[in-house]
Design a protein around this ligand. Sequence first.
Ligand code: 0FX
Length: 242
Amino acid sequence: MRVCVITDNRMIHENFRRLIAQPRYQDTVFDFFCSKNSRCDNENLRRQGELPEASVSLKEAGEEFFGRYDLFLSLHCKQMFPAELVNSRRCVNIHPGYNPYNRGWYPQVFSILNKLPVGVTIHEMDEKLDHGPIIVRREVPVHDWDTSYDVYNRIQQMEIQLLEEYLPVLLSGDYQTFVPDSPGNMNQEKDFQELCCLDLDQKVTWREAIDLLRATTFNGYRNAYFYDRDHNKIYIEVHLEH
Ligand code: 0FX
């Protein structure tokens, strides 16, 4: 069996490589790719070996490429899978969210704000974003003192755990799926950008203000900001202690 793995996330990439090194997967061939598109500036990470060396643009790749594989695995792949691919081959996505809630960009950010469940979903892919029959989904808790970073770390641990548990059946196809009752909701990158721009004159409760700050606090990223009187951009994050 030959599997095409596409990933743009170093943590999942590293852990998945470790997982498939187990003897039980030695008869399966895994080919790794990262995305080749404008969203991904993967050059440095590829050079350092943190992302796959080979890259692929699924929009440009045709039947010749698709036909090489029995299964496609999207492990945080930042490109849409084309209709011709999802409709002709088994394509499975692992998504850092609890479908169908807050599909799309940075689910934990939006779950901190709208209180919809968050977690991990492994699902078969269709033409819509983070959509398709669910193989397994598992929720992670969100505490009042969590930032986006805290919840994301919890989600990533859960992703590794679910991949360990489910990889054998993902390969064999021996699983049941279900379709959730509602299409849920979806967020895009621009929704996140809008959240980050704070309006100092907006009237909100303390609860809303703290939620917005913790939803945009993520170690290593400067997200939320406002403009001071001299039109300087001032970044802001929050520190919470339990
Ligand atoms: O790989 P990933 O964790 O996930 C994203 C989407 O959220 C997901 O729905 C999609 N299936 C996948 C292909 O791409 O994204 P990331 O590694 O770019 O970001 C991880 C976290 O970092 C994100 O949840 C929030 C935080 N972050 C990221 C950026 C780029 C920020 O707080 N600010 C940022 O500017």
